[in-house]
Design a protein around this ligand. Sequence first.
Ligand code: FES
Ligand code: FES
Length: 80
Amino acid sequence: MDKPVRASDTPFAIDVEQGKAYFWCACGKSQTQPFCDGSHKTTPFRPVRYEATETTKVYFCGCKASGNSPLCDGTHKKPA
Ligand code: FES
Ligand code: FES
């Protein structure tokens, strides 16, 4: 099983808008982190859709190892 690229050691704090959909990059190759830019085409990964239920700040996983993707669950603090 291929592993995603660790795009960042920390999460991305993003202001999301209620009712809007966001596509989180699961492969780690996107140049527009934390969102998908289509670079996953050469990988087995696909983006993960996230729909904001409220207008707020959320923390999208940058390490791509979260057990609660697309959101950060603190896994990035564990040694690889
Ligand atoms: Fe990573 Fe699309 S670029 S999932
Ligand atoms: Fe991936 Fe926190 S950035 S779990």
